[in-house]
Write a protein that binds this ligand. Structure first.
Ligand code: WTA
Length: 673
């Protein structure tokens, strides 16, 4: 791949380690022809062998061959448990790797093909356009006084400017912190203030299901009284009337029009922070997951190549919103680093009808499709014969597809089979990819670009090369083959989080304490006799609702902030489409005026929507006289969950007072959700 110089900085290829050299293709380009299968298997085999023999040299080779470095690194890893610094001594730049590096070979190639929800508006942004846009917007940020290390909050709908803003931050060493545009003002406020952002980039609004979703108003509410925010940059997307508070607020296009055209990518130390992304944990406060530059990019570049093997003819479509980690790693950085064409869609995947997603695939000739089990379960429901015997909303004519992926939740085998047979017409590999916001990129997945994997629907297959996992019992011993236990990762990997923003202690506590020396993701898993990993859901109080991570503690905190609520417990129950659905139990405060169950329940729903966001809307709220507790006062959520699904509660011997079960059961049958 040829390099383009973006303004005086010279780029060296290759790292500094002597061990780097032996070729190890990362499968990022299809070589075409019949020899491909055999060559691919050889590549996969040799990759795994070299990763097993010496993971650090293996990752060093991935970094040296996959990324462009301004200065080669001296060492692969500096491991000061549990803090990792990858590719020490090297300098690089995420924006350079995603954009500048393609300017000689691919300036005219579409980087992003964007389609508006209504389908009437399409934009094609070439790698050349992106190069011009990121430079200008980087200059905008400089004109606002942004410097390396400053945090910039970005809260935008799914428009190409979202990627431009992130890349422009990366270009000058500012740290982006993207907040999903569906979050409430309170959630935005908490994140802006925790990250200490002085600049917020947003839009007037966005479109969802044909309606304008107000965004600027939410941001104004979030920032009210937060004087640390000096500038708010507002992109005009919907052009509806909004309040602008000057001089704080400025329009995106006015700033860009006044900005100079060129801005070099700044060489940054490999561990320079690239972004903070907030995610839910087991306490009420969201965790600011901090990722670095060289390690994160290496992990994303390698796994994107091994999994998707994208080449110049591919058109890639990942349905994730850029507000989540999948959007960061596999909508923005992964595909752009590989110089491929991505489809970006603004709206709801089933609007105006269930065939919307299939139409996008057909219209743009998508070859690789990466989505969530929730979306598949939703679309699968429309794939049944109508009254006239014909199928109307189901997939059809998806002949360009060659590879299918899923992420974010366990995929049920029947959905996997439907995906394979109906969407992929039985000819596309399906990859179930397991990873987390914290892991940066995929850790467990089939990798069709480098090896053939005999599929087992419902299993994410094996760890990717360079990743060593295990499944342990409560005492930390490996469980027997096939038994359920807690997943752990044994060695550091380049995509791992650097820490939690501003809270090293919480980082140690959350991931490294349960099993000293090992990374603990918080998932149950089992490994079968063929070494295939089966992910069995969260082992902690974190829910996965429609693929979104939601902490029960965060919701409980929100519910008890209602004056009439004394106590609350939140649990997740299985949901056919969304994976899990949220059930809230609330005990009303004695002495407060009786407001009635129905009214309290609807106020709780309203409060959750406005404090946390609509993604956390509960499926049911029950007002109960008290909660089941152990003698030491711990709420027994397991029992509440069983009660909510109408099942047997099992062993209740540790309950302080077993009568509570009958009471709640009677109440549930009288209170319809
Ligand atoms: C779950 C999303 C089963 C898991 C990239 C993990 C999965 C959490 C899978 C991270 C999968 C993700 N099969 N479960 N293929 N992928 N998960 O941070 O519980 O939003 O811990 O990252 O999603 O969610 P997060």
């Amino acid at each position: 791949m040829s390099d383009a110089d973006s303004g005086g900085s010279s780029i060296a290829r290759g790292g500094g380690s002597d061990e780097i050299g032996a070729a190890g293709r990362d499968g990022n380009h299809n070589d075409g022809g019949d020899a491909r299968g055999a060559a691919r298997a050889r590549d996969g085999h040799s990759l795994r062998k070299s990763a097993e023999a010496d993971p650090e040299s293996f990752w060093a080779r991935q970094a040296a061959e996959g990324l462009e470095w301004f200065r080669p690194f001296d060492a692969a890893l500096e491991w000061d448990h549990p803090f990792a610094r990858w590719f020490v001594g090297g300098t690089t730049n995420a924006c350079y790797n995603a954009v500048d590096r393609h300017q000689q070979a691919r300036a005219g190639k579409p980087a992003i093909i964007w389609e508006a929800e209504d389908g009437n508006q399409r934009r094609t942004i070439s790698y050349g356009d992106l190069f011009a846009d990121v430079q200008r917007f980087a200059n905008v940020m400089k004109s606002l006084g942004v410097r390396g290390g400053d945090r910039i909050t970005i809260c935008l709908p799914m428009v190409p400017e979202l990627a431009v803003a992130m890349l422009a931050c990366a270009r000058i060493g500012a740290v982006h912190t993207v907040i999903f545009s569906g979050f409430s003002a309170a959630s935005v406020r908490e994140r802006v203030s925790d990250s200490g952002s002085q600049v917020v980039i947003t839009a007037d609004g966005g479109y969802r299901r044909g309606r304008i979703i107000e965004l600027k108003g939410t941001i104004d509410e979030a920032l009210s009284g937060l004087d640390s925010v000096r500038h708010v940059v507002v992109l005009r997307r919907t052009w509806h009337e909004i309040a602008m508070s000057r001089p704080r607020d400025k329009f995106w296009d006015d700033l860009v029009d006044a900005a100079p055209d060129t801005c070099p990518a700044v060489p940054l130390e490999s561990s320079h922070p690239l972004f903070i992304l907030y995610t839910s944990g087991t306490t009420g406060r969201p965790k600011g997951v901090l990722h670095g530059t060289g390690g994160y990019l290496t992990h994303v570049h390698s796994t994107f190549g091994w999994a998707f093997g994208a080449g110049d003819d591919d058109v890639y479509f990942c349905t994730a919103d850029v507000g989540w980690v999948t959007g960061h790693s596999y909508v923005v950085y992964g595909p752009l680093m590989h110089g491929i064409t991505s489809v970006m869609y603004e709206g709801a995947p089933d609007h105006p009808g269930p065939s919307r997603t299939w139409q996008l695939i057909r219209d743009h000739g998508v070859t690789i499709f990466y989505t969530t089990p929730t979306l598949l379960r939703m679309l699968m429901r429309f794939d049944s014969p109508g009254k006239d015997g014909g199928r109307h909303g189901g997939p059809s004519g998806l002949d360009t597809l060659r590879l299918l992926g899923t992420v974010g939740e366990p995929i049920n085998p029947e959905v996997w089979r439907w995906y394979h047979e109906r969407v992929g017409q039985g000819r596309c590999p399906v990859i179930d990819t397991w990873w987390q916001t914290e892991t940066g990129g995929m850790l467990i997945s089939p990798l069709p670009a480098i090896e053939d994997t005999i599929p087992k629907p419902g299993s994410a297959a094996r760890p990717v090369p360079g990743i060593e996992i295990d499944v342990l019992d409560d005492e930390g011993n490996p469980v027997p083959v096939g038994a359920k236990g807690q997943l752990v990762v044994r060695k550091p990997w380049p995509g791992m989080l650097m820490t939690l923003w501003g809270d090293d202690d919480r980082y140690r506590e959350a991931y490294w304490k349960r099993y000293p020396g090992l990374y603990h993701p918080g998932d149950y898993a089992r490994i079968d006799e063929d070494g295939y990993v089966w992910l069995l859901g969260r082992a902690d109080d974190v829910l996965k609702v429609a693929g979104h991570r939601i902490g029960t503690a965060e919701l409980e905190g929100c519910v008890v902030s209602h004056d009439a609520v004394a106590e609350s417990a939140v649990c997740g129950i299985p949901d056919e489409v969304r994976g899990q659905s949220i059930v809230v139990f609330a005990v009303s405060r004695s002495g407060t005026p009786e407001i009635g169950h129905d009214r309290l329940a609807s106020e709780i729903v309203k409060r959750i929507r406005s404090e946390v966001g609509s993604i956390a809307t509960p499926g049911a709220v029950y007002v109960v006289p008290r909660l089941p507790k152990t003698r030491s006062g711990k709420i027994m959520r397991r029992l509440l969950k069983s009660l909510a699904v109408g099942g047997e509660v099992g062993d209740t011997s540790t309950l302080e007072d077993a009568d509570v079960i009958g009471e709640i059961r009677r109440l549930l049958s009288s209170q319809k959700p």
